[in-house]
Design a protein around this ligand. Sequence first.
Ligand SMILES: [Zn+2]
Length: 197
Amino acid sequence: MPRKLTIFAIFAFEIALIVFMVAWSAWAQSNQIKFNVIAPPSCLNNTGEQVQFKTVSNTGAKGAAGMAKRDENGILLVYRFDYELSPHSLQHFIDFHECAHHQTGDIGLPHPPQNSPEHMMNESIADCIASMRIRDELINGKEIIAAAILELTKAMDAAGFPTLTTQSRISNITHCIQKDTSAEIFVDGVLKHRGLK
Ligand SMILES: [Zn+2]
């Protein structure tokens, strides 16, 4: 009998714990700090087509994320997922990063395998263009990049990326903003290298 009671007690405790966790995560989600969503930047792809930005909220994510694609109707898009959950610096960075995938023609080319060297190269190029555009097109651009780097580091740590991956991403961004060239010239070089110009 005492054994049964112990088991019952443990079981009851676990149920209480589960109920608490569910309630707590719902509370944490509803109490998450919300930010205004910024106006998107201008964005054209490599052939001069207009890119549209589409804000999507409440996907259940913990922070802002983006995606660049051409939809089934042929419209060029940047999806802005849960932007209200992240500060403006990161919203700017994601907007410009996703736009860069359109600017460099990534969207028209076959998607390289996830985490392949080609994929990582496309991501580094998009980060580089985003950083240069923030530096040159936004007021206090350098401060915005510094803030975005902090937010990216937090987000990548939370998502479980290895420290080395985060560090190499940050070092690429830091290197790019020191380049004495504009995003436009950089994009031009990428397009020529790819035979798209
Ligand atoms: Zn990307």
